[in-house]
Design a protein around this ligand. Sequence first.
Ligand SMILES: [Zn+2]
Ligand SMILES: [Zn+2]
Length: 152
Amino acid sequence: MANVARMTGGCACGAVRFRLDAAPYDTGWCHCRICQHVSGAPGMVFTTVPLAALVMEQGEDRIGRFRSTAFGERRFCRDCGAPLTIHVRHQRGEIDIAVGALDDPGAVAPGFHLYAPEAPAWFSLDDNLPAWPALRPDTRGLEPGRTEAGDG
Ligand SMILES: [Zn+2]
Ligand SMILES: [Zn+2]
């Protein structure tokens, strides 16, 4: 993953701009109902970077925070509503970036589907990627085999 050009992104209205100072990894779909609600779409694609590698270059004061679950906080642009990131309790040192917010969303590609059964029936999962009923069994930060991050 060396020599990956620095990636940049932002919200729909341009108020928020950010850059990624590390190559993102672990790109995948999430079809949970919260992702559907905040995006208005059948799921969202996220990619992950170390927390310190997400650098807000503009509009930090425009960013709203939404604690969408007991374990996750989402950030979005308060002016246009665009979803930007999700930060989960079990991966404190990392942050997930909404791929649609990247200037070049095609620079990464999803490798799996999370919460696949929650996707609408009309959404085609027929892309040969692994599709999990919830989180992956090897999710970093969770006990092996655990696939839910709920507060339990
Ligand atoms: Zn905006
Ligand atoms: Zn989700």
